[in-house]
Design a protein around this ligand. Sequence first.
Ligand SMILES: [Zn+2]
Length: 344
Amino acid sequence: MAVKKKHHHFPSELRSGPISEDWVIIATGRAKRPETFKKETKTEFVEDPKTCPFCHMEKEKDKLILVFSKGKKTEVSDDLGGWTTLVAPNKYPALIFSPSLHAEKVGPYKRMDGAGYHEVVITRDHTRSMGQFSVEEVKEVMDVYHERYLDLMNEPFIQYVSIFHNHGKEAGASIYHPHSQIIAAPVIDPDLNRAVLIAQEHYKKHKQIVYKEMNEWEMKNPDRIVFQNKEFLVLCPFASKAAFEMIISPKRHLPYFERTTNEERKYLAEAMQAALSKLYKGLNNPAYNFYLHTAPCDGKDYYFYQWHFTIIPKTAAIAGFELATGIEISTIEPEVAAEFLRKQ
Ligand SMILES: [Zn+2]
């Protein structure tokens, strides 16, 4: 079945089938020939600072979205001299800005234009990664996430803003220089959607917020706690999907990341810095992904949800069993992982 392409300018389209109903992004505009998927063609990994695009952002000055210098938002100056964190549009966006959003049914399936936003958050140093950052430097990154979130959530059609960070080639980074990505999409992330529905059901049945119950239990039984401060808890989850997986969540019940205060983000930065530096030291700088899950910004009330960051070190490749069953295999008990990380 051929899907007619009416909107040629989009780099992608969103599709969903009637069984899983999960949305996927299909890159339709990047003109990748099937032959380029052959095993011998290795994906490029930009490592040399001389060719690193993020080391030469002065060339992109006109396109920059946000510039921070030593903890403060600044204007884009002529020389860009003192920048410490930048936000720029992604050069190879998964979704692009559009004044309208076209959605349709194609037989039993649904499709939608790949409309949205795709940005990169770049920190200055080519080699120093977030696991080596000070609390103040991590705070700046959290503030940049927060600021971009507030802007993107109010754009037309945007239902969800995803913020994630890939560290290391094994974790899917294509550029060595530390950077995070922000994708604002017209649909809700399927994983999050599932979690939201479960949390809602739980609230209906038990009149309890499931995330609050979990955090209260964890604080009474601190085997899996890696780090905590006044506002945040870092723990290895009871049912970890990967070895050394960590969740960073607020102790106070908060569904929406965008509603965190500056004071709360100071504690968040301390918790994030502790988690990432423990990974860096304890596992000798492993590849990892971290991502934010927060209540969708589609205007509905998600009081039963709680925002959090998940950090997943790339300690094993996804194998057939995980793909076939959806059951992840973690090779260490989270209680043992937490004990190890606490000591780092
Ligand atoms: Zn660089």
